[in-house]
Structure formats: C-alpha cells, structure tokens
Design a protein around this ligand. Structure first.
Ligand code: SF4
Length: 767
C-alpha cells in the first residue's frame, strides 16, 4: 500500500496534535502484523522521548511494533516508531568485519579485526602515550556500553580522550542545569503536562521532533481551553500552528527576549518574593569567576532590557513580549520546553540559564505543572552519556574530572591507583576530530554514530577521518555510512533489540530493552566487542591481570549492577532499579534509592516525593536544590549579557541558515531512510525560503538553488513556503547525499563546547 506524505502525517501523532481536532486515526492495515508469536517489551530506538513499545516477533524476525499502553506514552507512537521493523532488515546492514585495502573494503574475520585493532591501539599507546588514542561515543548506545568505555578510558588507560555526540545536542542543556541548579537533568516529568496551564516552548519544533510529547500538550489544550501555548521560534512550524502566541524573532536574539520578559516580571511585581528570598541566589561573572550579587543588582542589570529594546534587536513585537511575560508569571503552573534551538548555539548555556531564570523568579518550578524541561534528541543521551559521565570533563553520576575528591572517589570505586584519572578534561567532540586531523590522536574508535555526516563544518573533518596516517575504527549497524566509508576498519554492530541494555530518557526514566532477535550474520553487540577489546589491549600492554580485575563483566547485567553501585549515595542513586524490576516496570525514574522505592517524578521537592531532599538537606521543609550545596542549596539566577551569534549575516552572506528535522526522519537518516514509507514521504532535502525572500531572489518552488556559506556550497530544490521568517532559510539535516553540514559552523559555546549548528550566514542564488 503506497501512502503519501499527507496520509503519513495524518497517521502521526504530530498532525493529530497540530490539526487541533484530536485526530487519532488507525494505522494502515499493512502496519499491523499478520502474525505475531510473542510481544516483547522495549523502547523506541529513536528520540529521547523514550516511548514504550512492544515488539512483535515471528519466526525469529521483528514483524510489528505497537505502543505500550502502560507506559507514559499510553500506547501512542509517531510514524517513526510504528515503522521500526524495516530498519533491522535493510539491505545495507553491516554483516562482517571489513578492512579497507586500497580503495576497497574486504571481509576479514573477527579475530583478524580484533588483533589488528588492539595492535594499532597498543602500539600507539606504547610509542605516543595514552593521549594518542580516543573514543567517540553516542547517545544511542546502551548505558552499559557507555559506562564500560568510560571506565576503560578514564579509569583503565588514564586518558580523558573520550566524548560523545550528545556534545553536539545536549551539552548546553547539561551545563545549563548544572550552573543553575547544581546538578544535571530536568527536575520535572511528562506528568507535569497534565497539570500545566501555560506552555512556553522555545527553540523546539516538538510536533515533528517529539510528536508524542507534543500530543499530550495538545490534548491538555483541547480539554482546557484556558491553557496557553507560547511558541518562540523564527519558523512558523507545525508546532506553532496551535500556539496562542507565536513569537518570531531574528535567530540568535532570543537572549534579549528572555531578559525583557524578566524585566516585565520584575517591573510589574509578578515575581515571587518568597521564592526569591528562600531558594535563589543571583550570580554573575567577575574577574572570570562566578560571583554572587544582590537582587537589586539583578534588577539594575535588567533595566536596559526593556521590551522596546528587545523589539529593536530581535524584531519580536514588544506587546508579545509583555503578554508572554504576564502569561508565564500569572498562570497557575508554567512548563517550558526547548531543544536544539537553544542548545546548538554559541550562547547555548546562557540561553538555558535565562529560561531557568524565569522559572526561579516566578516560583514556577518544583510543583506539578511548573517546571523547566529540556527535551532530548537521542534515546540515551541522558542515561548513557550525561549520567554515566561519558563526556571528556565528566565522571559517573555527577562527578567531575577536574574535582580531586570526585577523582579519588572513582579511583577507589574502580580499584585503580590514586592519580590514574587525569585531572584535565579531555578534548570535546569537535576538538577530538581537530586533534585527529592534526595526527595528535592517532587511533580513534567511533561507535554507534555518524560524525562523517553530523559534525558541523564537516568537510575538513571528513578529510582527517580519511587520512592514511591515522587509524579509524567504526562500529556500525550499516555500511557504508558517511562515516564508515572513511574508516580503516568497520565492525558490524547489533542494532536495537538484537542486544539487551538500558536506556535513560528525558524525564530521568530508565527502561530495559530485552534482546528479541539475533543480529544478522556476524554482527555483534558493541558491549561484547568492548569487553574483548579491553582484555586484548591490556594483554598487549602487559596488564592482563589488571584487565581481569577491572573488566570482569560477562554480560550487560553485570555492568548494570556496577552502575547501580556507582550511583549509590549520589544525587542520582539507582540502587532500587534492579534489572529484575526494570524488566517488569514500564520505566523507573531516578532517584530510586531502594528496591521498594517507586521512583521520583519530581526532584528537589520533598512535598512531591523526592526522598533525597531530607538526606542532603535535613532542615528543608520542601524545596531544596541540594545539588547546589556551595550556594546553600539555592538555585542561581544568572546575569548573562546579550551577545549575538558567532556568524551573523552581512552584506556578502545576507541570509541565516538553520537546520533541523522532519517528522519522518531521524538524525543522519541511516535508519529512517531505509523505511520505504518514510523515504517515499520525505525523499530528499530541500531549502525552505519564505515567499518575500523568494520573490526578491526570483526563486520559485522546485527551482534549483545554490546555498553558499564561508565553508561550502550545496544545491537544493527550493520550497517556497511561509514557514521561515524573513532572512532565514531552513534545510533538513537527514540526507547523506546532501551534506548540509559542509556549510554549518563549528564555532562552539565557550562553556558547553556545543557547536552553533542553528545559525550561520549564507548567500543564495539560482543554480
Ligand atoms: S521517535 Fe520519539 S516520539 Fe516517535 S515513537 Fe519514537 S520515541 Fe516516540
């Protein structure tokens, strides 16, 4: 049965939400399995929403997927989730280890592959030291895989040359939470949607990127007509179509809008004096260090950020700013959402801080419906990378590489000598590839991600990955991808429910995925390969006995049990999340310190069930931001001055390019572009130009258009549509044949090191 994009969107939860008529249509008949032997509980492979699924198995194959009615998503999935089975049976699944010889890949055995790989890494370490090797991980790997590699590199080898692709999507949110509240990860939950009366959505096209969460918001709106939705976005996306207030602005100027909202809130006395007095400190940077200031100094700082000044800079009407500020402050409960529009910016951390500021000023936080919630792009960026500490500056469960006590704690826990963990944070994502280009890193292992397509300004990094002077290993479920084509060695990886493991999604919910089917041919679970690699490498380094002690894991459950122990007593505390409980439960939210603990829906509030408040702050009567001990368990409102993007438009490059997702596809398209229905519905990239700019440029829909930035050019078909604002063009990021990241900038946020994918200057001409 062939379906059009229009039909596909109708079937998706996104349009059910965006059409505002509550469409909940049955899926096409061919999406329902003809025959299923057994249904196995799992989680969707794609986005950080973490929808619960059941996978239908018949004769050793996944033949169907249905939503888990007992999970938070209440049985709903978006189109990507329903069409998961074909990703396992794509023709380009990697089936055997492949070694590049000349310009060709040739099949080799696993023994040859592991011998070669460990020899290359061991040689490099012996000749050039431990900092000559690196690992680049993924928010799609299982928690156990990421924890293991972090232990191997930081605790075993003593190098922090390990980072992951969440650096490209979540790092600003993580640093935003830590700098505002003392600890990473949202305090709220999807459950807050049922209690909120005002949704403040900024820099997120939720209807296409997180459709099932957006569906809940629409349902709330349909049932309660007084609920307000404020959408702050320079594109009039599907999400914006149900907004009560759509605030468009020049990309990169949202910091002034957020400050101007705070200005209105303070000036009109809409802030919560009690909350500010009891739970907030005000901070700025003085002499390169954080310094506390008074509320009065904050008010003085805000003086210049009038709605008029914000309108002048952002082109967002001042009346909209005033209205948004009043709705935000005066609603019974306000919930914010954001994703890459705030995070993928050179001021990403500051933008995150300024959203948190609004919640803290108004007391719209830590109670049902009132919370500041960062959405996640990948299924395990939170659980696998942020929580396990697989970023070059982190150690597991909120600990830091640069903190001596944290290093000592982890050295003791891992049973490695004091001083083993290097005190200096390692290179972050972009810098790992810069160092690889320069030959400072000589051996790099990339697993479960596709940086040959997804890195910003990808052109020079592709050249580095292809170099004959370095050794690149890529563990992938597909071959070729835009990364595996550049590798020296490709290791075929089991995908999704071809292996077991744990995902932790946006609302601190951990879910176990059971193995349901075997991987194809010789593909193996990455964890098995990682464990084998660690033993072989250490044997070559003359440290076989140490490896037996450190890496004595037989399966993912062994690793999970060590993870629980590692989190014990921290603000995360997973001790109650045993594998047996996770197998039965439809997800458990941490902290969950004991096996009879139900999990924590809302953090930092004892009134609503966070038992760690009493542990870390015994005198607290309700709210305590116990991660911020140095600030008396108070959260920080930050004074962050407005600064624009790294590359604003100018006379030569007068347009702004932004990139993003379509509902049918996910990230670099390695999976969704293999699903015929999704591919047919959204077959190729295009450039969205609004009718006013198109008229000025003499461009019509379907014309071929050349877009050029300071780094590269691409030719795409034009789609003239009143979605982007004047001066902005949009290109989806999914298509391997159209590398839009040849144009994007690799300038990054000074604090989070997250690149500014969302804004770069381009010129446009008819091709
Ligand atoms: S892609 Fe995201 S929203 Fe869609 S089913 Fe999967 S987890 Fe849910």
């Amino acid at each position: 049965m062939e379906i059009t994009r229009r039909q596909l969107l109708k079937y998706s939860a996104a349009l059910a939400a965006a059409s505002a008529i509550g469409l909940e249509l049955p899926l096409p008949k061919d999406l329902e399995a003809a025959h299923v032997e057994k249904w196995i509980k799992g989680v969707c492979r794609y986005c950080g929403a973490g929808c619960g699924v059941y996978v239908g198995v018949d004769k050793g194959k996944i033949v169907a997927v249905q939503g888990d009615k007992d999970n938070w998503n209440k049985g709903f999935l978006c189109v990507k989730g329903y069409y998961l089975p074909p990703i396992l049976y794509a023709a380009d699944r990697a089936k055997y280890p492949m070694l590049k010889k000349g310009d060709k890949f040739v099949r080799i055995s696993w023994k040859e592959a592991m011998d070669l790989m460990t020899e290359k890494f061991a040689d490099s370490i012996k000749k050039h030291g431990v900092h000559s090797v690196a690992f680049y991980g993924s928010g799609q790997a299982y928690t156990e895989e990421s924890y293991f590699m972090n232990k191997l590199f930081k605790g075993g080898l003593g190098t922090n040359n390990i980072d992951g692709n969440p650096r490209l999507c979540m790092a600003s949110a993580a640093v935003g939470y830590v700098s505002s509240f003392g600890k990473d990860e949202p305090m709220g939950a999807y459950d807050d949607i049922y209690h909120s009366d005002c949704f403040f959505i900024i820099g997120s096209n939720m209807a296409e990127c997180h459709p099932v969460i957006f569906r809940l918001i629409n349902e709330r709106k349909q049932k309660n007509r007084d609920v307000k939705i404020i959408m702050v976005d320079p594109r009039k996306t599907l999400s914006a179509r149900i907004a009560d207030l759509h605030m468009s602005f020049i990309p990169g100027t949202d910091l002034v809008i957020l400050h101007a909202m705070a200005h209105v809130i303070v000036k009109e006395g809409l802030y919560s004096k009690d909350y500010v007095n009891n739970h907030v400190v005000f901070k700025t940077i003085k002499d390169d260090k954080p310094a506390k200031v008074s509320f009065e100094e904050y008010v003085k700082f805000l003086e210049e950020y009038t709605p008029e000044m914000a309108e002048k800079i952002s082109h967002c009407p001042k009346d909209d700013i005033i209205k948004a500020a009043r709705w935000f402050a005066q609603s019974k409960a306000t919930m914010s959402f954001w994703t890459m529009g705030l995070n993928q910016r050179t001021r990403g951390v500051w933008a995150n801080n300024l959203v948190h500021n609004l919640h803290l000023l108004t007391g719209q936080i830590c109670r049902p419906g009132a919370t500041s919630f960062s959405l996640t792009g990948q299924p395990n960026a939170c659980g696998g990378i942020r929580d396990t500490g697989l970023l070059s500056h982190l150690l597991p469960y909120g600990r830091l590489v640069a903190n001596e006590k944290d290093r000592k704690d982890m050295e003791k826990f891992w049973g490695v000598p004091e001083g083993r963990i290097h005190p200096k944070p390692g290179p972050t994502a972009v810098d790992i590839f810069r160092a690889f280009n320069k030959g400072e890193i000589k051996c790099l292992w990339i697993a479960c991600t596709n940086p040959g397509q997804s890195l910003p300004n990808v052109g020079p990094y592709r050249k580095g990955m292809e170099s004959k002077d370095t050794f690149l290993v890529v563990s992938e479920a597909y071959h070729p991808t835009r990364t595996s084509e550049l590798a020296d060695l490709v290791l075929p990886a089991a995908l999704w429910v071809e292996k077991d493991g744990t995902y932790g999604q946006s609302e601190r919910r951990y879910q176990y995925l059971e193995k349901a089917v075997n991987p194809p041919a010789e593909a193996r679970p990455d964890l098995d390969v990682m464990i084998e690699f660690s033993h072989k490498l250490f044997a070559k380094l003359g440290r076989a006995d140490e490896a037996k002690r450190l890496f004595n894991f037989k399966n993912s459950e062994d690793v999970w049990n060590e993870i629980r122990q590692c989190s014990k007593g921290t603000a995360y505390d997973f001790m109650g999340m045993t594998r047996a409980r996770l197998k039965k439960a439809h997800g458990i939210q941490w902290p969950c310190p004991t096996e009879d603990h139900p999990g924590t829906v809302r953090r930092y509030t004892s009134r609503y069930g966070d038992v760690l408040v009493k542990k870390f702050d015994p005198h607290a009567t309700d709210v305590s931001f116990y991660g911020a001990k140095a600030d008396g368990n108070k959260a920080a409102v930050w004074l962050r001055p407005y600064k624009g993007p790294a590359e604003p438009p100018d006379a030569e490059y007068p347009y702004i390019l932004t990139t993003g997702r379509q509902i049918e596809h996910w990230h670099t398209g390695t999976m969704t572009l293999k699903v015929p229905e999704l591919k047919r519905s959204a077959p190729d990239a295009f450039v969205e130009i609004n009718p006013r700019d198109a008229q000025k440029l003499g461009i019509k829909s379907r014309d071929k258009v050349k877009i050029t930035s300071r780094r590269g050019s691409i030719v795409l078909e034009a789609k003239v549509v009143d979605v982007p604002r004047d001066g902005l063009v949009f290109v989806p990021m999914h298509y391997p044949e159209r590398l839009i990241n040849l144009l994007t900038t690799d300038a990054y946020d000074a604090m989070s090191k997250q690149p500014e994918f969302k804004i770069c200057a381009v010129k446009i001409e008819k091709a």
